[in-house]
Design a protein around this ligand. Sequence first.
Ligand code: F6P
Length: 325
Amino acid sequence: MREITSVAVLTSGGDSPGMNAAIRGVVRTALSYGITVFGIHRGFTGLLQNDMELLSSASVSNIVQRGGTFLKSARCPEFHDPACRKQAAKILHTRNIEALLVIGGDGSLTGAHLLEEETGIPVIGLPGTIDNDIFGTEDTIGFDTAMNTALDAIDRIRDTADSHERHFLVEVMGRNSGFLATHVGIAAGAEMILVPEYSVNIAEIALQLATSRKAGTGSSGIIVVAEGNEPDLTSKIAHELQQHGLAPHISILGHIQRGGRPSGHDRVLASCLGAVAIEYLLAGYSDIMVGVSNGEVVDIPLDDLIRYRKGLDPELLKIALQLHK
Ligand code: F6P
């Protein structure tokens, strides 16, 4: 067992539902081993400002069901600078904090990796992002909730699309990845799913939709468009559809997908990863992310997140297409 008496935890980058449950998992597990826990406010930005509070078991009461992160989150471009990472390590040393737990997406976890590599501060990452685009883990904290939030919105859009015999282009988040869009599209029964991983032929799409409308097999429809596609793809498709006599509507779901009460799945995932992160730390691990593979908790070297990109399973898209033949 590694001897640790004090750790800090922060949430960084875009918030995701379940981050609170993850903090709670970290805090309560650490306290059970007699470890002091500091909660850093506003991610790496707060760390650089030495802005943190001592957390007790009561500090994390009544948060497991809340979206967002009570520690606040931020994007911190300064952390790209090695001098800032050195400064962060100095602040942690001054407070006798021996390890850092970082809950965030791949950018935040890359920052965490560089902090350990350059300064020797042990770090453990937890995958917190709605995008589910982190290499090495099949699930991330917040993905399930975001998918269900998007589905709730699309199911409602479907009702009005059907009633008015219209097509809707629904843009979902996911940064450069089509993972969220693919899952949302399959679960929503979307007529088309457009993701950045595969090139899109706008003319072909418009012709296909116009033809099935004429044939009476597609008077309305939902086209899920991942935000990471080429710039303005959604409006370009809308324009092309208009040329074919269709009057599509655009609905950009945006940040609604990041908020809301975490699903039961995300609460359990976040609680378990929070607890396991402390167990791994005590077992001597660091410079790793705790994630999920084949339903089991695994550790992934943070280095791998920089070297490899999570690919979209082509089988999933194939299934999505087959379901709409
Ligand atoms: O990474 C999470 C995410 O919500 C992405 O899906 C999206 O592209 C991005 O963050 C938006 O970031 P911001 O809230 O900083 O505009």
